[in-house]
Ligand binder design. Sequence first.
Ligand code: ZN
Length: 297
Amino acid sequence: MTANNVTALAAASEPRFISYAVRDEVAWIMLERPESSNAQNYRLLNELDDMFKRAVEDDGVKAIVLGGRGKHFSAGHDLGTPEKDLHMPRERKLLWYSHVDREGAEGQYVLEQDAYLGFCRRWQEIPKPMIAMVQGACIAGGLMLAWVCDMIVASEDAFFQDPVVRMGVPGVEYFAHAFELPPRIAREFLLLGERMPAQRAYQFGMVNRIFPRETLEAEVEKIAVELAKRPRFGMALTKQAINHVEEVRGKRSTMDAVFHMHHLAHAHNQLVTGDLVGGMGAKEMASANKAQAAQKP
Ligand code: ZN
């Protein structure tokens, strides 16, 4: 049995990094790595894809909530926890081949086509309404998960940030920044890479509703239960309609263009520093972020 078969078998059993529960026709899909601020390793993303599929196929599910257990929604892609799994074989969900043991820029490119860009595009097309329930940090890869949902409902203490320009790359792989924010603000958001508090994100329409953290889950539940009363096909068509508007505005071609810039940047970093992200791992990014946040009044 190859390592890939083992991964496939593991994916068919209960998830390890995600929990799944259905109540009142709402599927609650939670990231379950609170000890790592819900950093996303590739196994977590595969499990998330499995759970979305489960929710789509279950006729008893009319709406989906995506949340993260603990203090933070998600600190982004896993840059350095003990369960970082960049080196491991993984079951691919799209038609890309394995990234393992590829030379040069190829491995990271095929991996991110499948697990980042491919997954997010597929999740944005899920035909059931989805709410991202965001508290605390929603950083970089965290943004990607929130952005693929239909609504973002945040706690008062939530903040949004894409600091990856520090790594020399032009934003996260799913480049929706200038669709989620006005272009002038998207420039600031990327170039300065500062934390954007929920209230400011709300002003630009990136967040739908804000609640105190203590009532966030109850308020999200009310909205989700309300969504669950709508006709299934009508909601699916409405989602397709809005997705189509974004396509016509150039979302897909923008993302394809920027994805290649993103990989030029990864390759450049490899050539210059020998490291994909220019030596800016989890520790370096966290301390740079903290120093920046401390400067703000
Ligand atoms: Zn990348």
